[in-house]
Design a protein around this ligand. Sequence first.
Ligand code: CA
Length: 655
Amino acid sequence: MNFINIISIKKNIFGLILLLGSLSADAQNFQISSPDGNLKVKLTLDNGKLFYRVLLGEREMLKQSPLGLRGNGVDLTSALISKENRTQLIDETYRETKIKKSTIRYLANELVCSFENAKKNILEVTFRVSNNDIAFRYRIPQTGELANLTIEDEISGFHFPVGTTTFLTPQATPMIGWMKTKPSYEEEYVVDAPMDQPSKYGVGYTFPALFHVGESGWILLSETGVNGEYCGSKLSEPLPDGNYKIAFPEAGENNGIGSANPTIALPGYTPWRTITVGASLKPIVETTIAFDLVKPQYQTATDYTFGRSTWSWLLWQDESINFADQKRFIDLSASLGYESVLIDNWWDTKIGHEKMEQLAAYAKKKNVALALWYNSNGFWNNAPQGPKNKMNTGVARKAEMAWMQKIGVKGIKVDFFGGDKQETIKLYEEILSDANTYGLTVIFHGCTLPRGWERMYPNFASSEAVLASENLIFTQIANDNEAFNATLHPFIRNAVGAMDFGPVLLNEKHNRENNGGKIRKTTETFQIATAVLFQSPIQNFGITPNNLTEVPVHLINFMKKVPTLWDETVLIDGYPGRYCVLARRHKDQWFITAVNAEKKAKIITIPLQMLRGNELTVYTDRDDRSPNVDNVKIGQSKQIKIRLLPGGGAVIVAK
Ligand code: CA
């Protein structure tokens, strides 16, 4: 993959940024606006305390919210005086093939202002405001002998107007769940909830966090640019009067090992806090802010391949981790024209390293790449699956990766991480960095949210960090709620990072023989729609060998040609928890996907002005829920009406 970075930072000579007030001792207010002038951040220094507000047009989206941080012996939350400030226009175009859009122009106004406390410690605050995104971070310079700072509290807050409702998923308390593997960002969402409702576990919410600010619009909060030099942060429990703040991991995470508080070397930065703001949901789904603000952490000489994969473990579970079944799945990938196959847990004992070399040779002959599963442990939870102790130290990791490179393995999936502490984020980064040395792509499971990682790490592919398709095998309730959950992800989890959900399960019953186990409640067309709805540069699909002969051939033909890399993403319609209609473009071909979680059938009208040709292939559900396909010519109206069944879907592919 190539990074084409065309970076140009221009001085702000056109007065795009309006500063209110002077810079004298009584200067209290600063304002910075988006390039189109519609999104505004107003900063106020009031009695030595710093606040910001957010306006979209004339509508107040965030009320006066605090800024600042406190570290060991350093208080940068009060008694601040304004020192200096500067502004510039950021105009940067970059290319990133692994996200929702391939060429991105990031245009933002930047304001950097610095403040000093009585002890002469400096807080430098940077705000960047693009047309629908705000980002801010702090820089702490080195002062005197102070060369590092443990951040005890970042008071950055988000004060929502009265009546705002929330679409949030709770952070889990440490060391709970299966084999004490939580938190792993695998909790249920609660939608359209009032702000004063405490979270399920009482330890805040994971990013990203979606808020419906009544008639005014929507806000998506998240963070980006988190590397091994910081922890993953979260959103606090609701504070009184519609307030939330940044919070750090719990002390008990990672089996209690490592500090809950981040420590930075000075001069140093905190990660970017991001606020995506829209009058509608369109800017939320289409935002690229998680990637706009970050830089590749290393360059790469490897031309990584991302694409489609089959994966025996999802439907056939642990019993399929054997030589014969894995050969069948290599054959399945080959017959679908897929790029890879994923071999999941226990392969070290059930197949073994030696036989794996034979499998790798077989896969190579079939032109299918192998990806192998690893346990991240270590000693941060009790997950028993092997291979273990191969990814947690540099010595073991490099030896294992050198072996993988030798036999032609192209990717790894590493599972069961210990939480969000700086200690754990450092492990993620070290795995990515070593994997790059050995030409391996990386997927994380049982893990945290990726925070800008697609652009920061060229070999990073995807992370789970969602209640993924494995739950469709484990519980009936996951099947009953499948459509509901699917309509959330484009607006929330998948809006800020690749999501390895493992979609498209064409069996009606979720076991190996397709005759027992949990029952799928959504339609086959819904299933193929999720291949486009969910974005991940590597997709581990739930297709099994029997599907090739048991489901209508048009579904398999669709799955043979569906891409995983997108040049453009456009939200057409939807509401989180109810339905979603979105369009993605791969080269010059558009794929429009729709899913419905409502209890009744729904007629949707899809505008097609973006299409050049007038011939479409339209995949829909028949009234009896069976899958249908039609070739359709678009009329003068340049639109199409589609009927979506409850738990149904549609895909439109433009010629
Ligand atoms: Ca999982």
